[in-house]
Design a protein around this ligand. Structure first.
Ligand code: SF4
Length: 186
C-alpha cells in the first residue's frame, strides 16, 4: 500500500476530530474528480512503519474520534489488503475509536468484504459531478450514501443500507465540506 498524506484534527471527513489516511490508487476515473494525482497506485509514498506510528500517535489522543480511510480508493486492489490489516490492528488497539471508509465502489458490491467487520461508516459510490452539492453532509454528490455498516449488516437484507445520517446537517453551514480535497468528494 502507498499513500499521499496523513492529515490530523480533521473535521471534514466524518464525525468528530479525526486522523485521515489518503491512500494512492483509484480506477474509477470519475469526471470532475479534483484529485486525479491519487489515481496512480504507484504514486505517493510507501506506507511504512513510521507512517503507521504517526496514525497510532494520533489515535492515542483522547479527543481523536477515529480514523478515516480515503484517497484514492482504499478498496483499490493495491490497497485492500493493507487497509484490512491496518483496520484490524486499529480495532484491536483502539476499540472505542470509529473507522470511516470512503470508496468509489457501491455498497452492494462491497458489503461482503471481510474488512467490513471493522468499519463503522462507509461513504460509497463514484462522484457524479451532475449531482454535486456543496451542502451535502460528508459526501460530494447526491448519489453517494453515508452508510451505518454494522446496522446494515445486521439486517435480514443488508443490500438495503441503513443510513448513518441524512443528506444535510441541521446546521450545515458549520460542517459543509470544502471542495477538492478528496477523490470521493468534491
Ligand atoms: S472521486 Fe474518488 S472514486 Fe472518483 S476518481 Fe476521484 S478518487 Fe476515485
Amino acid at each position: 500500500m502507498r499513500y499521499h498524506n496523513i492529515t490530523t484534527d480533521d473535521m471534514l471527513n466524518g464525525d468528530g476530530l479525526r486522523v485521515v489516511l489518503w491512500v494512492a490508487g483509484c480506477s474509477h476515473c470519475c469526471k470532475g474528480c479534483h484529485n486525479p494525482i491519487t489515481w496512480d497506485p504507484d504514486g505517493g509514498l510507501p506506507f511504512d512503519r513510521a507512517a503507521k506510528q504517526e496514525i497510532f500517535d494520533q489515535l492515542d489522543k483522547s479527543y481523536i474520534s477515529g480514523i478515516t480511510f480515503s484517497g484514492g480508493d482504499p478498496l483499490h486492489p493495491a490497497n485492500s489488503l493493507g487497509v484490512r490489516e491496518l483496520m484490524a490492528e486499529i480495532k484491536e488497539k483502539y476499540p472505542s475509536k470509529t473507522i470511516w471508509l470512503y470508496t468509489g465502489d457501491s455498497w452492494e458490491n462491497i458489503l461482503h468484504y471481510p474488512l467490513m467487520s471493522y468499519v463503522d461508516v462507509v461513504v460509497d459510490g463514484e462522484f457524479h459531478v451532475e449531482e454535486k452539492d456543496a451542502n451535502l453532509l460528508w459526501k460530494g454528490s447526491a448519489n453517494q450514501r453515508v452508510i451505518d455498516v454494522q446496522a446494515s449488516l445486521g439486517q435480514e437484507d443488508p443490500r438495503v443500507p441503513v443510513l448513518h445520517c441524512g443528506n444535510y446537517a441541521q446546521r450545515y453551514t458549520e460542517t459543509k465540506k470544502p471542495s477538492g480535497l478528496c477523490g470521493c468528494q468534491d
